[in-house]
Design a protein around this ligand. Structure first.
Ligand SMILES: *Cc1c(COP(=O)(O)O)cnc(C)c1O
Length: 453
């Protein structure tokens, strides 16, 4: 099968997620055929360092035979059984235990889904059911953040704070309110990051006062906003959020779909920020993307009500706890444990990446380079001194990304922020390559910057 053939077939039949199909078909789809470690290869044989771990998910890198073997074993033994009718499978049960073992004690219960979006729908319904069972059915509203991302189902798109998603098919779910994000560089004005973190958290307090704590079920946020542009909150932000949720008796939901499973140098992102969520959706790194699986981690506080008060929770998916996906996830977590990948990100490759990534701040285009562990962003600036942004930010970011791609590095652009989220197994040499090629992209963009201001 020739490459041009595959691209033509793709254009004729395949509608891609989050893609302008007319533009994509004109350009031609890039067909990825192979992966190994931190690299992917396309159908022309071109090799790329995957600085984005697929879509924030391939934490253990590509091509691990142990996972393929675990999947094959499980498929041969039992390809499918469900968890609906008083049954489970060894891999689903052991995976629930394994996940809980990494949560420092209070998130002891796991509800399985097939994706992060389904995990969002699951905790959203669960939070409301929890308050119903507690005799406070009017506590229904969920507060989320502008520029947050929680998936593409109707609840996910409504909870997310992406304006373009709301505009396309509405934001139909009622009882959702949005507050601002802790994005100091763009919105902090004259405040210090510390002051701005407190101000952004205060928006939650103000919104609760406006709507009434007795009407609010939960607040949801990503520990670090991913799709929104790897927005690292100021240190003052999360402790305030925790305090406000506790004082107002509102469930705190940490969307761990990206931050979970080692990316920030802890098993979960909320551990890095030292907060205690009541619910935490996960997906992506749970199986390193080898098979689809997601879950909601449930605190003892919520589980106690779900188990002892609710009775039947009328919710679930045919493939909740799919034994083959669970087998892949179990093996993935075994690899993360045995190879000490979380510790590696915290103590070794993470600090190395921080230093290398920060070195880009000397570039005239880079306003700030931020990261926690192996999740980073470069904020580009039209003028560094005034933190002035590019007007045609999306096109400018795409320009840099395309130069990097030509030079063998996959990064993602969100507006005028370049995002990095490499596999947790990335080597120092590969980090050096990332930074070298990113600098090439910035140099090329510097020459054409006038077209984008
Ligand atoms: C990717 C993502 C989701 C949605 O997960 P899917 O598996 O794509 O449905 C939800 N929340 C966050 C923070 C994500 O990054």
């Amino acid at each position: 099968m020739s490459i041009s053939n595959l691209a033509a077939i793709d254009a004729a039949h395949h509608i891609h997620p989050f893609s302008d199909m007319k533009a994509l078909n004109a350009k031609g789809t890039r067909i990825i055929t192979r992966g190994e470690g931190s690299h992917i290869f396309d159908s022309t044989g071109k090799k790329y360092l995957d600085g984005f771990a697929g879509l924030w998910c391939v934490n253990i890198g590509y091509g691990r035979p142990e996972i393929a073997d675990a999947v094959q074993r499980q498929m041969n033994e039992l390809a499918y059984y469900n968890a609906f009718f008083g049954t489970s499978t060894p891999s689903a049960t052991l995976l629930a235990e394994k996940i809980a073992s990494h949560t420092e004690g209070h998130l002891n219960h796991v509800f399985f889904t097939n994706s992060g979006s389904e995990a969002t729908d699951t905790w959203f319904r669960m939070a409301r059911v929890y308050w119903q069972a507690k005799g406070q059915p009017e506590k229904k509203i969920v507060i989320a953040r502008r520029n947050g991302y929680h998936g593409s189902t109707v609840a996910g798109a409504s909870l997310g704070g992406m304006k373009h998603m709301h505009q396309q098919a509405g934001s139909e779910i009622t009882g959702i309110a949005h507050i601002g994000q802790p994005y100091w560089y763009a919105e902090g004005g004259e405040l210090t990051p510390h002051e701005f973190g407190l101000k952004a958290a205060k928006e939650l307090e103000d919104k609760i006062a406006e709507l009434g704590a007795d009407k609010i079920a939960a607040f949801v946020a990503e520990p670090i906003q991913g799709a929104g542009g790897v927005i690292v909150p100021p240190d003052s932000y999360w402790p305030e959020i925790q305090r406000i949720c506790t004082e107002n008796d509102i469930l705190l939901v940490a969307d761990e779909v990206i931050c979970g499973f080692g990316r920030l140098g802890q098993w979960f992102g909320h551990q890095h920020f030292k907060v205690k969520p009541d619910l935490a959706p996960v997906a992506k790194g749970l199986s390193s993307g080898y098979l689809p699986i997601g879950a909601v981690l449930i605190s003892d506080r919520v589980a106690d009500v779900m188990i002892n008060e609710v009775g039947d929770f009328f919710h679930g998916f045919t493939y909740s706890g799919h034994p083959v996906s669970a087998a892949a996830a179990l093996e993935n977590l075994r690899i993360i444990e045995d190879e000490k990948l979380v510790e590696r990100v915290r103590d070794d490759i993470g600090p190395y990446f921080t230093k290398a990534w920060k070195s880009l701040e000397d570039h005239d285009l880079v306003g700030t380079a931020e990261n926690v562990g192996l999740m980073g962003a470069l904020q580009m600036a039209a003028e560094k001194k005034t933190r002035q942004r590019f007007t045609k930010a999306d096109d400018f970011g795409s320009y840099v990304r395309n130069v990097c791609l030509e030079n063998g590095l996959v990064l993602r652009a969100t507006g005028d922020r370049m995002l990095a989220s490499p596999p947790l197994v990335i080597t120092e040499e590969e980090v050096d390559f990332m930074v070298k090629v990113t600098r090439l992209g910035l140099d090329a963009a510097w020459k054409v910057r006038g077209d984008y201001v």
